[in-house]
Design a protein around this ligand. Sequence first.
Ligand code: FES
Length: 132
Amino acid sequence: MTEPAPWVYSDTVKEHFLNPRNFLMGDESKYPHDAEGVVGNPVCGDQMKMFIQVQNDQIVDVKWKTYGCASAIASTSALSELVKGKTLDDALQVGPQEITDYLGGLPQHKFHCSVLGHEALAAAIENYRKKE
Ligand code: FES
Protein backbone atom coordinates (compact mmCIF):
# COMPACT_ATOMS: atom_id res chain seq x y z
CA MET A 1 0.00 0.00 0.00
CA THR A 2 1.40 3.43 -0.94
CA GLU A 3 1.82 6.17 1.63
CA PRO A 4 -0.78 8.96 1.43
CA ALA A 5 0.50 12.37 0.36
CA PRO A 6 1.43 14.49 3.39
CA TRP A 7 -1.17 17.04 4.45
CA VAL A 8 1.35 19.06 6.37
CA TYR A 9 2.27 22.68 5.62
CA SER A 10 5.83 23.79 6.22
CA ASP A 11 6.54 26.46 8.84
CA THR A 12 7.40 28.84 5.98
CA VAL A 13 4.00 28.30 4.34
CA LYS A 14 2.24 28.94 7.66
CA GLU A 15 4.29 32.05 8.31
CA HIS A 16 3.58 33.55 4.87
CA PHE A 17 -0.10 32.68 5.17
CA LEU A 18 -0.39 34.38 8.56
CA ASN A 19 1.78 37.37 7.57
CA PRO A 20 1.43 37.75 3.80
CA ARG A 21 4.03 40.06 2.26
CA ASN A 22 2.91 42.84 -0.07
CA PHE A 23 -0.77 42.05 0.37
CA LEU A 24 -2.89 44.99 -0.76
CA MET A 25 -5.30 46.01 1.94
CA GLY A 26 -8.14 48.28 0.99
CA ASP A 27 -8.81 50.27 -2.14
CA GLU A 28 -6.51 49.38 -5.04
CA SER A 29 -7.15 52.76 -6.68
CA LYS A 30 -5.10 54.30 -3.86
CA TYR A 31 -2.07 52.19 -4.74
CA PRO A 32 -0.18 53.79 -7.64
CA HIS A 33 0.80 51.11 -10.13
CA ASP A 34 1.97 50.88 -13.72
CA ALA A 35 0.09 47.72 -14.65
CA GLU A 36 -2.17 45.01 -13.29
CA GLY A 37 -3.15 41.45 -14.09
CA VAL A 38 -6.11 39.32 -13.06
CA VAL A 39 -6.39 35.57 -13.44
CA GLY A 40 -8.61 32.73 -12.27
CA ASN A 41 -7.55 29.21 -11.41
CA PRO A 42 -9.49 26.75 -13.58
CA VAL A 43 -8.90 23.99 -11.02
CA CYS A 44 -10.78 25.67 -8.18
CA GLY A 45 -12.19 28.98 -9.44
CA ASP A 46 -10.09 31.14 -7.11
CA GLN A 47 -8.91 34.53 -8.36
CA MET A 48 -5.77 36.64 -8.05
CA LYS A 49 -5.11 40.27 -8.90
CA MET A 50 -1.57 41.65 -9.08
CA PHE A 51 -0.27 45.21 -9.37
CA ILE A 52 3.28 46.20 -10.30
CA GLN A 53 5.38 49.32 -10.26
CA VAL A 54 8.12 49.28 -12.89
CA GLN A 55 11.18 51.46 -13.39
CA ASN A 56 13.86 50.85 -16.00
CA ASP A 57 12.38 47.43 -16.81
CA GLN A 58 12.64 46.38 -13.12
CA ILE A 59 9.85 45.56 -10.70
CA VAL A 60 10.33 48.08 -7.91
CA ASP A 61 7.15 47.17 -6.04
CA VAL A 62 4.37 44.64 -6.22
CA LYS A 63 1.04 44.25 -4.44
CA TRP A 64 -1.67 41.62 -4.75
CA LYS A 65 -5.08 40.59 -3.50
CA THR A 66 -6.94 37.34 -3.85
CA TYR A 67 -9.98 35.20 -3.38
CA GLY A 68 -7.67 32.28 -2.85
CA CYS A 69 -6.81 29.57 -0.40
CA ALA A 70 -4.06 29.47 2.23
CA SER A 71 -1.61 27.91 -0.24
CA ALA A 72 -2.32 30.60 -2.84
CA ILE A 73 -1.81 33.31 -0.23
CA ALA A 74 1.49 31.83 1.00
CA SER A 75 2.68 31.19 -2.57
CA THR A 76 1.90 34.68 -3.79
CA SER A 77 3.45 36.23 -0.69
CA ALA A 78 6.65 34.30 -1.47
CA LEU A 79 6.49 35.23 -5.15
CA SER A 80 6.12 38.91 -4.30
CA GLU A 81 9.31 38.76 -2.26
CA LEU A 82 11.18 36.80 -4.91
CA VAL A 83 10.41 39.15 -7.83
CA LYS A 84 11.01 42.54 -6.25
CA GLY A 85 14.06 44.13 -7.85
CA LYS A 86 14.12 41.68 -10.76
CA THR A 87 13.84 42.66 -14.40
CA LEU A 88 10.53 41.78 -16.02
CA ASP A 89 12.11 38.89 -17.92
CA ASP A 90 13.78 37.50 -14.79
CA ALA A 91 10.55 37.87 -12.79
CA LEU A 92 8.74 35.78 -15.40
CA GLN A 93 11.24 32.98 -14.76
CA VAL A 94 10.11 32.67 -11.13
CA GLY A 95 7.68 29.84 -11.61
CA PRO A 96 5.63 27.54 -9.38
CA GLN A 97 8.54 25.17 -8.70
CA GLU A 98 10.81 27.95 -7.40
CA ILE A 99 7.95 29.33 -5.31
CA THR A 100 7.23 25.90 -3.88
CA ASP A 101 10.91 25.29 -3.13
CA TYR A 102 11.14 28.66 -1.37
CA LEU A 103 8.19 27.65 0.81
CA GLY A 104 9.75 24.33 1.77
CA GLY A 105 7.21 22.44 -0.32
CA LEU A 106 3.44 22.25 -0.68
CA PRO A 107 1.20 19.19 -0.45
CA GLN A 108 1.02 17.76 -3.97
CA HIS A 109 -2.70 18.45 -4.36
CA LYS A 110 -2.04 22.13 -3.53
CA PHE A 111 0.73 22.67 -6.08
CA HIS A 112 -1.75 24.24 -8.51
CA CYS A 113 -2.29 27.05 -5.98
CA SER A 114 1.28 28.25 -6.56
CA VAL A 115 0.43 28.82 -10.23
CA LEU A 116 -2.11 31.53 -9.51
CA GLY A 117 0.32 34.29 -8.45
CA HIS A 118 2.75 33.39 -11.20
CA GLU A 119 0.03 33.74 -13.83
CA ALA A 120 -1.27 36.99 -12.34
CA LEU A 121 2.24 38.43 -12.46
CA ALA A 122 2.64 37.31 -16.08
CA ALA A 123 -0.68 39.01 -16.89
CA ALA A 124 0.47 42.22 -15.17
CA ILE A 125 3.75 42.20 -17.11
CA GLU A 126 1.86 41.63 -20.36
CA ASN A 127 -0.44 44.52 -19.44
CA TYR A 128 2.61 46.71 -18.77
CA ARG A 129 4.25 45.81 -22.08
CA LYS A 130 1.10 46.62 -24.02
CA LYS A 131 1.19 50.13 -22.56
CA GLU A 132 4.84 50.75 -23.52
S1 FES B 1 -7.59 25.93 -3.87
FE1 FES B 1 -7.78 27.56 -5.29
S2 FES B 1 -5.82 28.48 -5.37
FE2 FES B 1 -5.68 26.97 -3.83
